[in-house]
Design a protein around this ligand. Sequence first.
Ligand code: DGJ
Length: 550
Amino acid sequence: MKPERSKRRLTTVIGCVLLGMGIPPRAAMPQDSAPHLRQQGSATQLIVDGKPFLVLGGELGNSTSSSLDYMRPVWPKLVSLNLNTVLVPAYWELIEPAEGKFDFSLVDGLIAEARRHQLRLVPLWFASWKNSMSCYAPAWVKTDQKRFPRSQDGAGRGIEILSPFSKDNMEADARAFAAFMRHLREVDGRDHTVVMVQVENEIGMIPDSRDRSAVAEKLFKDPVPSELITYLGQHRETLIPDLRSQWAANGFKTRGTWEEVFGPGPKADEIFMAWYFARYTNRVTQAGVAEYKLPMFVNAALIRPGYQPGQYPSAGPLPHLMDVWRAGAPQIDFLSPDIYFTNFAEWARRYQQSGNPVFIPEAQPNPVSAINAMWSVSQLDAIGFSPFAIESLEEPVSKLITGSYDVLKQLAPLILEHQGKRKMFGFLPEGPEQRQPLKVRLGGYAMNVAYTPSAAGPGSPTSDVVSGGLVIATGPDEFVFAGTGLTITFETETPSNKTVGLLSVQEGKYLNGGWVPGRWLNGDQTNQGRHVRLPPGRFDIQRVKLYHYR
Ligand code: DGJ
């Protein structure tokens, strides 16, 4: 039998078997059509139904999606915010209320409603760990501490953190995750409503830098596993600087205990815990992708300035531990930050190190998040962006996100076409000292980008108006600008006797990928041909053509 025909026959057979089980035959769709990641230049993109997809997301509050009734009025709000994707918890305790007995009714209800509202989903696997704790473990896990051990403090008391050193814990989670992913393949293998999955949530060790149980203590005195040592050796010159210097300070040792290789103290504790958290998460992920291969990621709670391991949820997929997580969890496709701090750009950039694809699953839902979204997908080629507790947004943030996502939705094909090619810039005033005009060199021109949110001073009702946006070089002398509160002047890229002028500036919209022109901007709107201006208080798109004269 020819391979193609035999494949088709196998599909039919599986389809019949599944029909017999009461599951629709779409379960048998070939795996290669599932959402996956693909490289474009220096960017990694999420491919859904054969095309790059930009996640304009929002994450629901933790308990919101535990009730389909409660969710009913939420869906229209998500649509009105211009989201295309919702990040939604998948609760282990509700999915497997009794060991081996799975209940996917909530998951199915959420998928059905997402489809009805033309939204995609990114489930968050709230299982062994959620914000360090194990509060989403099912009751049969929580109440059987002998079989499912917890981490312990120095006094030998159990804490609400399942031990990452327990095979029973790990395999119980892995079995549940496998069942979850199998179910997703069965109900969504054709529709691709679910596009990626986050494994666990903000894994971390707190309030101690290390589990003090007997098992952990013994492993801490064992040699550092050879897999980690091999990885460090192979990547010695490209390791994240913090880890490299920690290893260098102890003589780049290739054998020894954790303290011998990384030096005594909380930093070695953290590397040790990170390795075991990563190994455990890798096993859970592996069990899931064996059933249905979707892009998988983990997220991290970030560090408050000056905090030491144990004072913050340590050992998670933090920037300084990226290599440990890479080495320990190769099944994980990327590591993501949950950014609640005001130095958004600084944290986001750290997640771009060593080729990690950027995706922001949680961000503080403040006015600036509307700009952070635009900046991330252009400047960092991010897969997407998602403010937290999206259903609770109120004005002015809801209005700003709606405006920003409206523009990003229109520009998504163009942004995706240009990601990874160094043809885009994002504009984000990162702090008071960076509010001076930004000089950007793009497409043979130098652009002076000034942040001009509004004339209103502090305390005025409009002083929280934000400014920022992006530019895409779409062709020779042609650019698309988008954003709010920006004034841009142009020069030649290198000093010359030529002057740059505006040939045309047109505002408008992209509708189904086509440009629908609005006003032709000139006169006062361009300061008589001197600048491009994106007014504050709304999000605009302008197409600009430049020329030179002597
Ligand atoms: C980060 C967590 O990942 C979320 O689930 C939620 O607990 C928020 N913090 C609350 O701010």
